[in-house]
Design a binder for this molecule. Structure first.
Ligand SMILES: [Zn+2]
Ligand SMILES: [Zn+2]
Length: 92
């Protein structure tokens, strides 16, 4: 995925017939498209995981390190006590 700095359009790919008209700078490169339009394109990486997913994974990682590896079950940790966590949620 590529995003244009000039017009905010997004492109899946840079067309083969688009001609680079500048050096790449700060990740952007100016292209002249076949139809005469100029687009200053930068590759956009779509994160594989959302921040929410990353944070959930982080919590689970902390539980694995601090609880499972230490052989303890921590009150309030929903991974140590999945049943109570669910019960609490139902009450709310
Ligand atoms: Zn553009
Ligand atoms: Zn835990």
């Amino acid at each position: 995925m590529f995003a244009c700095k000039l017009c905010n359009q997004q492109f899946e790919v840079i067309p083969n017939d688009a001609v680079p008209v500048s050096q790449m700078r700060r990740g952007y490169q100016l292209f002249r498209f076949k139809n005469g339009e100029l687009h200053d394109l930068r590759e956009v990486r779509i994160p594989a995981l959302t921040l929410e997913q990353l944070s959930a994974r982080g919590k689970r990682g902390a539980h694995t390190r601090r609880h499972i590896n230490q052989g303890i079950r921590k009150m309030g940790c929903k991974y140590c006590f999945p049943d109570t966590a669910q019960a609490e949620e139902k009450k709310l």
